[in-house]
Design a protein around this ligand. Sequence first.
Ligand code: SP5
Ligand code: ZN
Length: 370
Amino acid sequence: MRVVYSPAHLAHDVVTETVMGAVIPANEVPERAERIRTALEADGGFPIEAPTEHGTDPILAVHDPGLVRFIDEAWQAARAQSLDRPNLIADTFPNVRMFEGMSPEFQAGRPETHGAAGRAGWWGLDTANPLVAGTAGAARAAVDVALTVADLVLGGEHAAYGLCRPPGHHAARSMAGGYCFFNNAAIAAHALTRASAERVAILDVDYHHGNGTQQIFWRRGDVLYVSLHADPDRQYPYFLGRADETGEGEGSGANLNIPLPAGTTDDPYLAALDRGLAAIADTPGEVLVVSLGFDTYGHDPIGDFALTTAVYHECGRRTAALGRRLVILQEGGYHRPSLGANARAWLRGAEGRPYEPLPATGFGERGSDR
Ligand code: SP5
Ligand code: ZN
């Protein structure tokens, strides 16, 4: 299987994030993508190539021009304001109830604020999303990775994998958040609908609900969004991801959320995956975009599921058994030692190759990973 990767992600070199007021070591770090790249190289069956540049237009087809401007300018603007920090992290966000009782027209007329902190709050969702000097370049490269994978599949590849970093599925039309800046999967899915004039499905198996992807396609009937994730009653992004969110207008019925309990193990997870895959099989379309996360793994530091490396192979196998062409894009997954083995297992499963764990990983074999 062909793999698209760009070293531009290395410049998004975040060191800390802020969780409930505490500064903690960052989870979404360059080592993640390098671990996956190294394992796929060691496998020998995953040729790696660079993305081609697609420019800003495909991003603007999905995102607010103001968000794109913010991401492009934020670091320089913070510097110009002498904000002497290693990263830009907002602390104040426009809570929807700030505008309670004010008309939609009045709200829409509120101007963007000018200071670096206010702008970061206006365009952001949460405090765990640091922006650094290399963020804009990395975020644009991740979009190019996703669009290049879409091109490969449109050009006849049955499946291809994009090692996107930063991830994308929490980024909504006008909002970054959750380690995400541009929604790589949504941009690719939209481009696929335009190139093929067919319906496209997205299967999101990151541990977290992809609130951004759901929001972008909420009223669209041409993109089906199916997500398996931790119940937002206990887990980020808290305010979306419940089972009763099914889309509106033309998108009515084109959104399926499958929230899962803490401690979810391989077998109940596979049953939930089968439900999601059945919904996809029920809708027409040739291409499936997979938002692939490994924060469902038993040792993930921010997740609470108990999946094993072996089950990722089976997940990849069942997903490919749909018979659709696959645009597979990396989202989250924060247990660094296992990331390479987990990605390799999923992708080998999707290709119909046997699991054959690499002995050197030390993770993922025979229950040692629980
Ligand atoms: C793409 C992706 O996976 N984004 C995830 C963003 C999660 N951000 C919130 C992190 C909250 C961490 N809570 C730590 C609890 C440790 N027990
Ligand atoms: Zn996640």
